[in-house]
Design a protein around this ligand. Structure first.
Ligand code: EAX
Length: 351
């Protein structure tokens, strides 16, 4: 009996000593910061650049500060689709997310300017503009308006039209087609300007809306078209690249402001590396999945520069007018200035 009490006592003392050691150790003094990150892309890394970027972000942050921070990833819309994620980020119920600009214009109109069609000649121009002062100013204005901070602008790729009715070669072929867009009034305006009829549908319902014939077509970058297996329900793809589609690595600003300064820096640095990964992922998918989709029976058309010019001519001026109606201030002019500066800088590269 005494021996039993003694044993119990020893166990108790051991537990208390351990508890004291843990409490005294700085890493345990504070609660670990656990942040949930919502993603709409698939959990399958091979198919989903945003999930790739998020995975690298998580790895870098946790490998440097894993005793202080945990980043939990929720791919496949588990925390909601893009509109819900943006709402959650504003309210603080979602701490982090990666979304495209799809529904963001509902919360911050100036972002709609990125929907101007046939805007960036190629990705280099887009990166130069978005990574530079213009992109920073736009994201800073967004933070002030919404309470959401952008850690980095990454990308989904250039968006292209697919449909199940007929091959698109010229703008005239678009006439009357019902096209799913993101919940973005400017993307809807692009579709209208080309003579087709837009229907905004969330990413979660995209596949079923195509399958059930609610719409004839949709538009997305190659990687996303492949990721959702659109080739099962869409026959024709035109690589028109009408819109450059950024993807933003978001964090609720209050959550960010509460981080220690070294963690703020770490989050920012990790986000920059994640951007490389996500952009590369989108590019690699475009380079490899077109063939996969051809093999699955899709007809793919790559328009010439002159062919694209016809799309631009029909669409861009009309859509710029729409954007100017919706976006106050000089954002559109500043965007075109930034593109001009970027083009000049790129032309000077001699290496
Ligand atoms: O960011 O909804 C879409 O078509 C987007 O490309 C998707 O949300 C991935």
């Amino acid at each position: 009996m005494t021996e039993f009490r003694l044993k119990n006592c020893t166990v108790l003392v051991a537990i208390m000593t351990l508890a004291l050691v843990f409490l005294a150790y700085p890493g345990f003094a504070k609660d670990k910061i656990v942040l949930k990150m919502g993603l709409v892309e698939s959990a399958n890394l091979a198919d989903a650049p945003a999930t790739q970027g998020a995975t690298v972000f998580k790895h870098i942050v946790e490998s440097k500060a894993g005793d202080r921070v945990e980043i939990q990833l929720f791919p496949g819309g588990q925390l909601g689709w893009e509109r819900e994620l943006i709402e959650g980020l504003r309210m603080g119920t979602v701490e982090m997310a990666i979304t495209s600009d799809g529904p963001v214009g509902g919360f911050f109109e100036p972002i709609l300017i990125l929907g101007i069609p046939y805007l960036f000649r190629n990705s280099l121009v887009a990166w130069e503009v978005l990574d530079g002062p213009f992109g920073n100013d736009l994201m800073e204005a967004l933070r002030k308006k919404t309470g959401i901070r952008c850690l980095a602008i990454t990308e989904n790729g250039f968006r292209n039209f697919t449909n199940n009715k007929r091959p698109i070669r010229t703008p005239a072929d678009m006439k009357g087609l019902k096209i799913r867009t993101m919940e973005n009034p400017i993307h809807m305006a692009i579709v209208r300007s080309l003579g087709a009829a837009p229907t905004p549908i969330s990413f979660g319902e995209l596949y079923s809306s195509l399958q059930q014939g609610i719409v004839d077509g949709q538009e997305n970058p190659v990687g996303v078209i492949h990721m959702i297996k659109a080739y099962e329900v869409q026959k024709y793809l035109i690589m028109d690249g009408h819109v450059y589609n950024p993807a933003f690595l978001w964090i609720n600003d209050k959550v960010f402001q509460k981080l220690d300064p070294d963690l703020k820096q770490l989050f920012w640095e990790a986000a920059q590396v994640a951007t490389f990964v996500e952009r590369s992922g989108a590019k690699l998918l475009e380079a490899t999945k077109l063939q996969t989709m051809k093999d699955k029976g899709m007809e793919i058309y790559v328009p010439s520069d002159e062919g694209l010019a016809a799309f631009r001519k029909m669409s861009q001026p009309v859509v710029i007018e729409e954007v100017k109606k919706m976006v106050k201030g000089d954002w559109v002019d500043r965007l075109f200035q930034a593109i001009d500066t970027a083009e000049k800088q790129l032309a000077q590269q001699k290496r």
